[in-house]
Design a protein around this ligand. Sequence first.
Ligand SMILES: Cc1cc(-c2n[nH]c(CCNC(=O)c3cc(-c4ccc(F)cc4)cc(O)c3O)n2)ccn1
Ligand SMILES: [Mg+2]
Length: 214
Amino acid sequence: TRSTRPQRMLKAVQKNGTKGNPESVISAIDYFCKHSEWAMNVGDEKGSILDSVVTEVNPSTVLELGTYCGYSTVRIARLLSPGTKLITLEFNPVNAAVARQIIAYAGLQDKVILVEGSSGDLIPQMKERFGIMTFDFIFLDHWKDRYLPDIKLFEECGLLRKGSVLLADNVICPGTPEYLEYVRNSPRYESKYYPAHLEYTKVEDGLEKSVFLG
Ligand SMILES: Cc1cc(-c2n[nH]c(CCNC(=O)c3cc(-c4ccc(F)cc4)cc(O)c3O)n2)ccn1
Ligand SMILES: [Mg+2]
């Protein structure tokens, strides 16, 4: 059967990237998306904002919702301190298989735990399966209608601590209005909006950073 877009992206990474070099993998994916086929990676503009927040937080425990092809996984993992691992959840097994190969090509496989499944099922398993107490940093980049139920799930499961940072992609496009309303009006979060654009386009989008106040 015809290849998928993520599989074609992987081929582009293997052709244009340098094995073991995360920066070259990031550049190869951005080039593919700008010159061959658009794909829903966080992209270079929002990716730079992601980089700055990860660097500022310097997290010891990290969760990413929505691996897709592993672009943001590579962006985050390349910035983590030695010995720190990130857990990333992907719903689609075909995409997860591509992401594993892209993450490995970047040489970051030892810093990443990729789990296939849905956030609603997996979030309540974090403590028992991965020995997590709380997350220092969470990147929300999965199904947009799951952002709100999942932040409530984080609270209910005791996975947030005073100072936990949640960074959400696509809060304008495709949009997460209920999530935005919640974090911006809840006294338990301090939120800040970072304006940008939908990856590889001129369409307005942005990231919302929310700090849990306990
Ligand atoms: C429930 C659950 C789900 C997951 C899960 N795994 N993988 C994902 C990917 C989700 N991402 C997106 O849908 C997405 C879409 C666009 C977009 C598309 C089309 C347009 F026209 C404009 C914008 C842009 C983006 O930046 C996105 O991130 N979710 C993992 C675990 N549990
Ligand atoms: Mg996104």
